[in-house]
Ligand binder design. Structure first.
Ligand code: AMP
Ligand code: MG
Length: 321
């Protein structure tokens, strides 16, 4: 079934909907797609017009590179030359919430704007069945940043996508709520070729330690400046106060764990970090809709808590405009 809203088609994640999404991608159009992390705004990564339309629809600064989504490891290896460690991580965590930054391969064929002129590219094979079916049907690499206006709260439902981008994209493929709920972990290498975390995300350092033999640490940010690394990002309209053990004044209080009786919303009543990650953006959207200032209870700084706290700190950061 297909319905129309402000000229943005809403497609069900059925074979017919996925086939329609593939046709739109082949024609250079943009489709928001469900992934296990958040909804992505997909366009043909080899088509300069499609890539430029992604930046325009999001209002994303051109110097910020996009993640390229691939159907399998072979497609990734046609585009880039990940080192042995990155390959081992891909083999272990793909399909899944891990993005590798690796040197571009000659003849990669990607539109230059995808990598913002860098000689590296960020690659991920998503696990969501609808994303996988679309990548297989399309048969090529798809650039897909989060499907939201740049700097705002990320979308984890088709309704979130429509609230931000309706009328500015050809279609949204509705695959339900995203199960992981925070963006992928991005890894790269430092000057000594050690694996480092460029962005905390759905795969925790503890999980990667099983493969690496050590816990990868956050990269010292040097030349890379991109939306996911800007101080203010994932931002609601309202102000956000962190580590709040109780609400103050008119604040709407987002709780975590059993000590937050009376919270307006709860990331996870039992203190489960995976559940909290999957609820995070949906609750921020709802809290923001109240129009009141937002206060958030403390979330532990380990496992998926690293990604949750990263997003909360950026949501709370002073706005740069
Ligand atoms: P988003 O697509 O909105 O989840 O953000 C993509 C993120 O990928 C950006 O914030 C960058 O941090 C990162 N990224 C993409 N390409 C590269 C690259 N070549 N080198 C380093 N980081 C990258
Ligand atoms: Mg984003």
């Amino acid at each position: 079934m297909t319905s129309q809203c402000d000229q943005t088609e809403i497609l069900d994640a059925t074979p017919a909907g996925i086939s329609r999404a593939g046709t739109i991608l082949r024609g250079g159009g943009l489709v928001a797609i469900p992934t296990e992390t958040v909804y992505g705004l997909a366009g043909d990564a080899r088509n300069p017009a499609a890539v430029s339309a992604i930046f325009a629809a999001k209002g994303r600064p051109a110097h910020n590179p996009l993640i390229v989504h691939v159907a399998d490891l072979d497609m990734a290896l046609a585009l880039a030359r990940p080192d042995t460690t990155a390959r081992a991580l891909a083999q272990h965590f793909w399909p899944g919430a891990l993005t590798l930054v690796a040197p571009l391969r000659d003849g990669h064929g990607l539109a230059p704007a995808v990598t913002a002129g860098l000689n590296t590219v960020a690659l991920r094979m998503p696990a969501h069945p609808a994303a996988q079916a679309l990548l297989a049907a399309f048969g090529g690499p798809v650039a897909a940043p989060s499907a939201n206006p740049s700097g705002q709260i990320s979308p984890t439902t088709a309704a979130h996508v429509m609230a931000g981008l309706s009328g500015r994209i050809a279609a949204v493929l509705d695959g339900g709520a995203c199960p992981v709920g925070v963006e992928s972990t991005i890894i790269g290498t430092d000057d000594t070729d050690r694996t480092v975390v460029l962005r905390a995300g759905g795969i925790s350092p503890e999980m990667m330690a099983d493969v690496l033999g050590y816990m990868p640490v956050p990269a010292q940010v040097t030349s890379i400046t991109a939306p996911g690394q800007l101080a203010s990002h994932y931002a609601p309209r309202a102000s956000v106060r962190l580590n709040a053990r109780a609400p103050e004044g008119s604040e709407v209080w987002i709780g975590f764990g059993p000590d937050c009786a009376g919270a307006d919303f709860t990331l996870s009543a039992k203190g489960d970090l995976a559940e909290a990650a999957s609820q995070l953006f949906a609750i921020l959207h709802k809290a923001d809709a109240t129009g009141r200032p937002i206060a958030v209870a403390p979330v532990p700084e380990h496992g998926l808590g690293l990604a949750i706290n990263d997003r909360l700190r950026r949501a709370a950061a002073p706005r740069e405009i």
